[in-house]
Design a protein around this ligand. Structure first.
Ligand SMILES: *Cc1c(COP(=O)(O)O)cnc(C)c1O
Length: 717
């Protein structure tokens, strides 16, 4: 979720961590002090692999990661790398007699899935198994509860690792672990170790996106203390001979938490070369150890190059780093020399979201509502065409905790995206779906008394808001139905969390409309008074949608249900509002010129030949049409596209999938140029409200009808 920002600290530490892994396999201090070497290789260096896992989780796992695309990409990449690494080590395997061992097939299968065919290769299958496990758990349980589950995995692994000496005293545990060790050599391999760190990486990413980082000073202190505790833990376990293996410690968890928080403070340029070389160092160093050993043998320098552990370590480091950096450079050069990559999704027509503007609008609206009143973000109809996922995640990260949707499917989707907090369904849901309302913790609007009774009969304990009809005559209890509304509050299987009404002329400042709206508001409050007199304890109260807030800002409720204002546009271009807020449009609709041609005076363009050139002209084709949601009645010049800051008219009829522009008067338009149909390009802008107005509608309709065929791209800084 964070690939836009360069976390330089993470990239640098990748490199350091790779060198720490080399220490594990070369024991640099062994020739000088056993304790110092234990401290370096069995304690300090144990942060390396968890760090790699967290860095992977940081870019892969998130509360809001619902699209498995990234996971597949990671699995594919890692599987390819694993395949290449396995092949690379085949010669060494042959040399070590790997292929002549007993039970070759089952052993090899076990190695492929868990242990790797070389002592360090376990990491690749473990990171794949761990990623799938972590991803599924987080999808199912959310990131915090998911983390708790992965902690239990870790605890189970810990008892088979550093604490095995203690665990094996209990016969049942001993049997269980002996069975596990039949399948994989250590509990570190497979699924006990990796998932918790992957999830912790994801948590760090979500916190960073929410700007919830803890201070650098606290991170450093936390790291210092937990590292000391981990050292003590390791030394004690070692002293009492409890360790079967030493990759897992209790205090490794807080240690990694603080270490990672420390590193993400360091942002700047992305160090791609460091990233790639760190991975190569990890993969290649065992081979380089062999090369150094052979070189020592050939040159007769065993005493220096092998027996002096420090020189041995340094030799391996220098050689591995040199080979890895060279290989990383080569692969980067090879990738650069490939064809210019096209920007995926931006080849035909797409929606571009400016999430900075969305954030800005959330802030403006939050400041505009009276204190004690919360923003309820209206996400219905694919967030008014903006894309529910991108929008909801962004808004949720800003701390918005209430959402509204039109139907149950939209509510369920929000939950699947990882959205927490209240989700109110504004429309009708079949009462037989009460179990789903409950399952996904959705709040249902009660549209009338009969419906309330039906829903109550389902015995699911569903959360509800009572809707009151104060004059729109769409959904809701009649204003006079006080007895029945009061009765709803006592229904056993309904939990009434809110009561609301909807204004139907709040967008107009005409005297008559204002009078009608005030009548609606007064009637609603009178009903609330009557309910209170009947002993009903009032739940959350809400009245205003966007224009309700903009024109009746003095009302003080518990929620404002903001839709169109959140997206930064007015419904109609000339709307006057009492409150003038600096709201900024979030959505642009763009396409790309795919063809430019010349036509002669007198030639016609498009279906029905509605356009005939009055002069020799240049025309351009955009591959976007009414099937993408552009109103067909904007044909024949009623719409303009913005290319290189110039407005150019649509000519002829808009087709299902294309439209044609007259670019005769425009400067320097060429194939491949982007054209904004809604939004800004250079100095010029086509506003949604204007285009909607010309098509005889409002921006709400225009935006929400933008088709599912469009790709959405989101940009933020
Ligand atoms: C759609 C809707 C809203 C949001 O309206 P905007 O004018 O877009 O803010 C609020 N309340 C109800 C009941 C709605 O149906």
């Amino acid at each position: 979720m964070n690939d836009r920002k360069a976390y330089t600290g993470i990239d640098y530490f990748r490199f350091a961590a790779a060198l720490l892994v080399i220490t594990i396999h070369t024991s640099p201090l062994a020739a000088f002090s056993e304790t110092a070497d234990f401290f370096l290789t069995r304690i300090t260096a144990r942060v390396a692999v968890p760090f790699f896992l967290m860095a992977t989780g940081f870019f892969l796992i998130s509360q809001y990661a619902y699209d498995a695309g990234k996971l597949y990409h990671f699995l594919k990449k890692t599987a390819v790398l694993y395949g290449i690494s396995l092949l690379l080590y085949v010669p060494l395997n042959i040399y070590n007699g790997y292929f002549s061992m007993d039970h070759f097939l089952p052993e090899m299968l076990k190695d492929l899935v868990f242990d790797g065919t070389m002592y360090h290769l376990w990491y690749l299958p473990a990171s794949m198994l761990g990623a799938v496990t972590a991803w599924c758990i987080v999808r199912k349980l959310g990131i915090r509860r998911g983390w708790v589950v992965t902690l239990l995995f870790y605890a189970a692994g810990l008892l088979g690792d550093s604490y095995y000496g203690a665990a094996s005293k209990i016969p049942l545990l001993k049997t269980i672990y002996e069975n596990i060790f039949e399948i994989s050599d250590y509990t570190r391999n497979g699924i006990f170790f990796a998932p918790v760190f992957l999830v912790m990486g994801g948590m760090a990413a979500d916190e960073a996106a929410r700007k919830e980082e803890i201070s650098l000073q606290r991170s450093i202190t936390g790291f210092g203390i937990s590292f000391l505790l981990m050292t003590a833990e390791g030394m004690l376990l070692h002293r009492f001979g409890l360790q079967r293996h030493d990759s897992m410690y209790l205090f490794l968890l807080p240690c990694m938490y603080y270490l990672f928080r420390m590193l993400i403070f360091w942002r700047g340029e992305r160090k791609e070369l460091l990233r790639t070389s760190a991975l190569l160092i990890y993969i290649l160093h065992p081979a380089m150890i062999v090369v150094i050993r052979m070189a020592a043998k050939v040159t007769g320098l065993q005493r220096l190059l092998i027996e002096n552990s420090l020189v041995h370590f340094l030799g391996v480091c220098v050689l591995t780093v040199a080979v890895s950096v060279l290989a990383a450079e080569l692969s980067a050069g090879w990738r650069r020399s490939g064809k210019q990559p096209y920007i995926q999704g931006k080849e035909r027509a797409w929606i571009e979201l400016d999430l900075n503007n969305l954030r800005h609008n959330v802030e403006v609206l939050q400041n505009a509502v009276p204190s004690g009143c919360e923003l309820m973000a209206v996400m219905k109809a694919e967030a008014y065409g903006h894309g529910m996922y991108e929008t909801a995640v962004c808004v949720s990260r800003m701390g918005v905790k209430a959402f509204a949707v039109a139907c149950i499917e939209e509510g369920i989707r929000l939950r699947r995206f990882g959205i927490e907090g209240e989700i109110l369904i504004l429309g009708y849901t079949d009462s037989r779906r009460a179990w789903e309302l409950r399952k996904y913790d959705l709040t249902q609007t009660l549209i009338d008394y009969e419906y309330a009774r039906l829903l109550n009969k389902q015995r699911r304990g569903v959360k509800v808001h009572v809707k009151v009809d104060t004059g729109m005559h769409r959904l809701g209890f009649g204003r006079e139905e006080t007895e029945r509304i009061a009765h709803v509050f006592s229904m056993r299987n309904l939990r009434v969390r809110g009561i609301y009404t909807h204004l139907c002329a709040a967008d107009s400042l005409e005297q008559e409309d204002v009078r009608f709206t005030e009548m609606q508001i007064r009637g609603f409050y009178r009903l609330l008074d009557t309910l209170e007199q009947k002993g009903v304890k009032l739940p959350k109260v809400h009245i205003q949608s966007s224009y309700g807030l903009l024109n009746y800002p003095e009302l003080s409720c518990d929620y404002v249900r903001a839709g169109i204002a959140l997206y930064g546009v007015l419904s109609s271009p000339h709307d006057q509002t009492k409150l003038r807020l600096d709201l900024r449009p979030v959505l642009s609709l763009k396409s790309r010129v795919v063809l430019i041609r010349k036509i002669r005076k007198g030639e016609s363009v498009g279906y029905g030949r509605t356009f005939t050139a009055e002069r020799d002209s240049r025309i351009a084709v955009l591959p976007v049409g009414y099937a993408d949601g552009i109103p067909r009645n904007l044909s024949c010049g009623r719409m303009e596209a913005v290319i290189r800051g110039q407005r150019v008219p649509v000519i002829g009829r808009i087709c299902m999938d294309q439209m044609i522009l007259d670019i005769t008067d425009a400067q320097e338009v060429s194939v491949g140029d982007t054209a904004a149909l809604i939004g800004r390009d250079g100095g010029a802008e086509e506003r949604a409200a204007d285009a909607a107005n010309r098509s005889g509608s409002i921006s709400n309709e225009l935006l929400s009808r933008l088709g599912g065929r469009l790709v959405r791209t989101a940009a933020c800084s």
